[in-house]
Design a protein around this ligand. Structure first.
Ligand SMILES: Cc1ncc(COP(=O)(O)O)c(C=O)c1O
Length: 388
């Protein structure tokens, strides 16, 4: 069976480093908020290109701590509207509704699968205070237009970078960069490539085991250049405390275990090579899949897509999945039910979001990851091309 993602093989590739990290923590006698977390935060902030990284319990917490912190700062208030992509994993939306904020769903572009930036402005109302971008499937969803809208309407830009570690936005206008002009709407330095997680005001990252950078359990973090936000997020994840036994906020318990920080530190240096491998597999799919019944998403520049998921689309998705199973190929669906059709969001059930619904009804995710081989990929391609 060609697995969708062979996590055992993914971590076996670094067995010695991971085992050394686990033993180091086990023997240290210090398991939370220690040197490993501090080192990981410094390394990850440097990698993403932000001043701060604040480790927390998981990716959902990272996002909800960001929104809660903005409420504590008086920048968001209950009932404020947050523009969100309609096609995303439910955690993105939960982080908004947990905080009494109102998600305003915007349809995606059916090619890039990311929020359609041409539809955002018409969704903005006097109550809109923020945009939540989700770099879904590992594809950068930031555009210059999104940056301009944030400036024009004075909106906070929050990124959900759960699926896109190592991804970047690429500015098209090279000439102005060469001239030393800053054409990055929300940044302070001239740049051509800027990592997702550093494009807005704050970003939430998940290190769930199956992510491009995965821990051995739940873990997450917030990246930002904003010192005040970072300090409040850190306090909120520690019951609301900045000073021992003094509680400024009614917070949560959301911290990263030292164990996960040590494992992530061991794996971070390998992320770029793993993403390159994913890109080479995606390239094989793009050039090899040739079946009129199976549609592929828009190709993006390599820097802008870390291929967390390789989605294809088929009107007869379930029959395609069965066909691939018979060929020994494991696939998954990301995701079978869109957030607005989930039982927990009955109030949004009547929304008409046909592009989102179509994506969720036809999507199938092919095997992709740092350990899948060329031969296995060829087999997946052959299986797809024989589907009729
Ligand atoms: C887009 C997206 N946002 C948020 C999350 C939440 O991350 P976690 O599972 O670490 O809570 C996930 C992952 O599961 C995700 O895919």
């Amino acid at each position: 069976m060609i697995k969708f993602l062979d996590l055992q093989a993914v971590n076996a590739a670094y067995a010695a480093e991971i085992e050394e990290a686990v033993l180091r923590v086990a023997r240290s006698g210090w398991y939370l908020r220690g040197a490993e977390t501090e080192r990981f935060e410094a390394a990850y902030a440097q990698y993403v290109g932000t001043k701060y990284a604040v480790a927390c319990g998981n990716g959902l917490d990272a996002l909800r701590l960001i929104f809660r912190a903005y409420m504590e700062m008086g920048l968001l208030h209950e009932g404020d509207e947050v523009i969100v992509p309609a096609n995303t994993y439910i955690a993105s939306i939960l982080s908004v509704t947990y905080n009494g904020l109102k998600p305003v769903f915007v349809e995606p572009d059916s090619g890039t699968l990311q929020i359609d930036d041409a539809l955002i402005e018409q969704a903005i109302t006097p109550r809109t205070r923020a945009i939540l971008l989700v770099h879904l499937y590992g594809r950068c969803s930031y555009t210059e237009r999104v940056g301009e809208l944030c400036q024009k309407y004075d909106l906070l830009l929050v990124e959900d970078n759960a699926q896109a570690h190592g991804c970047a936005f690429q500015w098209a206008d090279e000439a102005s960069d060469e001239a030393g002009e800053n054409n990055c709407p929300l940044s302070i330095v001239p740049c051509q490539l800027k990592k997702t997680g550093s494009l807005g005001h704050a970003a939430g990252h998940s290190f769930y085991p199956g992510k491009n950078l995965g821990a051995l359990g739940d873990a997450g973090c917030v990246t930002t250049d904003d010192a005040e936000l970072a300090a409040i997020v850190r306090a909120l994840g520690n019951y609301g405390s900045q000073q021992k036994y003094v509680f400024r906020y009614a917070g949560y318990n959301s911290r990263m275990d030292e164990l996960h920080a040590a494992v992530l530190l061991a794996k971070l240096p390998h992320l770029e090579a793993e993403n390159r491998h994913r890109a080479s597999i995606a390239e094989m799919y793009y050039s090899g899949i040739d079946n009129p019944l199976v549609k592929l998403p828009t190709r993006m520049p390599e820097a802008c897509n870390v291929n967390h998921i390789f989605p294809v689309f088929c009107e007869e998705r379930d029959r395609l999945q069965q066909h691939l199973r018979e060929w020994g190929v494991e696939t998954l669906i990301h995701y079978p039910i869109p957030p607005h059709h989930q039982e927990c969001y009955k109030e949004y059930a009547e929304l008409s979001l046909p592009i989102t619904e179509r994506i969720h009804n036809t999507e199938l995710s092919l095997p992709i990851g740092p350990t899948i081989t060329e031969a296995e990929t060829m087999r997946v391609i052959e299986a797809i091309n024989t589907f009729e």
